[in-house]
Write a protein that binds this ligand. Structure first.
Ligand SMILES: [Zn+2]
Length: 140
């Protein structure tokens, strides 16, 4: 655990989150600044900044992300997903704790491919967040 890491604080329960999956090694929760409804982050409970920093647990994180992706997609009735890691500050990583993004996508959402991600973020109220959280839980 890193004391000044927001994701470690989430793992520790010091910061509330909308968990959609949890086991001994992995936590998945809704991104508080979603790129799309259902935007989910999958993180290792162990602190590490980048993929290469966590050779033991990273495969488990990716496996859980793979398993969760259909549930996220189905929960918001999306056409597909973008599953991605911004690995390091140069790649746009904003929180220095490994996290896999699962971003629901729609045909014609205009965001293009991963290389061109830049579109208007939805304004979601608490009820919508709650509904999406429950829908992902139910879709597993
Ligand atoms: Zn951390």
């Amino acid at each position: 655990m890193s004391e000044d890491c927001i994701f470690c604080s989430i793992v520790a329960g010091d910061i509330p989150n909308r968990t959609v999956y949890e086991d001994d090694e992995v936590l998945a929760f809704l991104d508080v600044n979603p790129l799309a409804e259902g935007h989910t982050l999958v993180i290792p409970k162990e602190h590490g900044e980048q993929v290469a920093d966590l050779p033991e647990v990273a495969p488990t994180v990716f496996q859980r992300a793979a398993e969760l992706t259909p549930a996220v997609r189905d929960a918001v009735d999306a056409d597909g997903t973008t599953v991605a890691v911004n690995d390091g500050p140069a790649a746009g990583q904003e929180v220095p704790h490994l996290h896999v993004h699962i971003v629901p996508r729609e045909e014609g959402d205009g965001a293009g491919m991963l290389h061109a991600l830049d579109w208007a973020r939805p304004e979601l109220d608490d009820d919508t967040f709650d509904d999406v959280q429950q829908a992902i839980r139910d879709a597993q």
